[in-house]
Design a protein around this ligand. Structure first.
Ligand code: ZN
Length: 177
């Protein structure tokens, strides 16, 4: 007698589980479609219609960047070709190009990277300060980086993190305006 009383309940529970599962699956599908549509909508306020800004910067054996400043528009796509035009060995005169967020403490960022030779002289704990960077390049080597400029106007420092180079002036400023 007890068996016949419990069976209907068990059936109802199973059926309810099936209905909930189907409803959840349908909802997930709808949410997925909605997200895709939003992502495809262009954002107008970032001025993403500005043409690609292409910059060529070189570094030499005198520990100098060929360019110590340049300007970009907020949200502009920027392509930087960085080349080490020196002839000295990478181990004693390597160069990189590292663009920092405006919240970074530039001097501390550089100093803390001295111990991270295997990480392009960028301290792992400060990687969050980097907008974009090239690897340390040896003589004749070049690298290209592409990134979206910040939308917030202002100065953004760029540096070479090879020990000693920042201190003698291997640095510059990208201005967003
Ligand atoms: Zn350098």
């Amino acid at each position: 007698m007890k068996n016949t009383a419990t069976h209907p309940t068990a059936h109802r529970t199973r059926r309810l589980g099936l209905i909930i599962g189907t409803t959840l699956a349908a909802s997930t599908l709808l949410v997925g479609c909605g997200d895709g549509g939003d992502a495809a909508t262009p954002t107008e306020e970032t001025q993403s219609t500005a043409p690609l800004k292409e910059i060529v910067i070189t570094g030499n054996d005198q520990m100098q960047f060929s360019q110590n400043d340049f300007k970009v528009s907020p949200g502009q796509q920027v392509k930087v070709l960085f080349k080490n035009v020196g002839t000295m060995p990478k181990e004693s005169m390597g160069h990189n190009w590292v663009l920092l967020k405006d919240t970074a403490d530039t001097a501390k960022f550089v100093e803390d990277g001295f111990a991270s030779a295997s990480n392009d002289y960028i301290s792992p704990e400060h990687e969050g300060d980097v907008i974009k960077h090239t690897k340390i390049l040896g003589p004749g080597e070049s690298a290209t980086v592409v990134f979206t400029a910040p939308t917030k106007p202002g100065p953004y420092d760029y540096v070479c993190t090879f020990p000693g180079h920042f201190a003698v002036g291997m640095k510059g400023v990208m201005t967003v305006e």
